[in-house]
Design a protein around this ligand. Structure first.
Ligand code: BMP
Length: 256
């Protein structure tokens, strides 16, 4: 059901206001591309955000890999995001007891619109984020349900845990990071990394498929592209290319 519904219809069905906002951005910019800004400094991060801003719906970060990340950088990033109309997505992969995640969220999650969580520890961490976020309608969580790399856990039981957590926290969970359809619920999103037009993997177990395969066959709503864009000599042009390929694949998918 999720796969054949248009983003417009799914926005209407959305439970989480941020899903509605994100799908609004996706349709107005005609972009279901998330660029993963895996760079080495905040200057590079802000430059990349400006370059790819017009082509993305989401910018994904790992701020723990940036030695000079600060509140002021977060603020500057927020203003670039406002200027180009995209949301900020910190790939925190929180996985701990609630009390610890509450502290981690304050430090490296609170600045972003959306964070990622690995929900193997029970409901405590989701409760912690729901309590810490002053306004839940403005903060979202994506559950990492299935990873792109070689040898990743493929467990029906774990996927069921993810679905159940999404059900228990409908006002917090926006969807999943996965390589396949975790849920048919049209109000939940599938974000898929491991996408490249040129490479089939890297030397450390990453595995890539094309944007067409990710969206058309594996059910991604939004593709996540890192090095395919960041290592290009023209990141804006590379992002525009992924944007076009991913959005066309989505249009094809809902036409069926
Ligand atoms: P790249 O396109 O350069 O391989 O980067 C992919 C990005 O997505 C990285 O930031 C990585 O941490 C993240 N990621 C992934 O590759 N596979 C997953 O299953 C989950 C991820 O968050």
């Amino acid at each position: 059901e999720r796969l054949i519904k248009t983003f417009e219809l799914r926005a209407d069905a959305a439970v989480h206001p941020l899903v509605r906002s994100l799908l609004g951005i996706v349709t107005s910019k005609r972009s279901n591309l998330c660029v993963s800004a895996d760079v080495s400094s905040c200057t590079e991060l802000l430059t990349l955000a400006q370059q790819v801003g017009p082509h993305i719906c989401l910018l994904k970060t790992h701020v723990d890999t940036l030695p000079d990340f600060s509140d002021s950088v977060a603020q500057q990033l927020r203003s670039v995001a406002q200027q180009h109309n995209f949301l900020l997505f910190e790939d925190s992969k929180f996985v701990d007891i609630g009390a610890t995640v509450a502290r981690q969220w304050e430090r490296r999650g609170a600045w972003a619109d959306i964070v990622t969580v690995v929900p193997i520890a029970g409901d405590g961490l989701l409760t912690a984020i729901a309590q810490a976020a002053l306004d839940n309608s403005k903060k979202g969580v994506i559950l990492v349900a299935e990873m792109s790399s070689d040898g990743a856990l493929r467990s029906a039981e774990y996927q069921e845990m993810c679905r159940a957590a999404a059900k228990r926290f409908p006002h917090l969970v926006m969807g999943f990071v996965s390589q396949s359809s975790i849920s048919q619920s049209p109000w939940l999103l599938q974000l898929s990394p491991g996408v490249s037009v040129s490479a089939s993997g890297d030397a450390l177990g990453q595995r890539y498929v094309s944007p067409e395969c990710s969206v058309g066959e594996r059910g991604a709503d939004v593709i996540i592209v890192g090095r395919g864009v960041t290592t290009s000599s023209d990141p804006a042009a590379a992002a525009a290319n992924y944007q076009q390929l991913a959005y066309s694949a989505y249009l094809e998918r809902v036409k069926r």
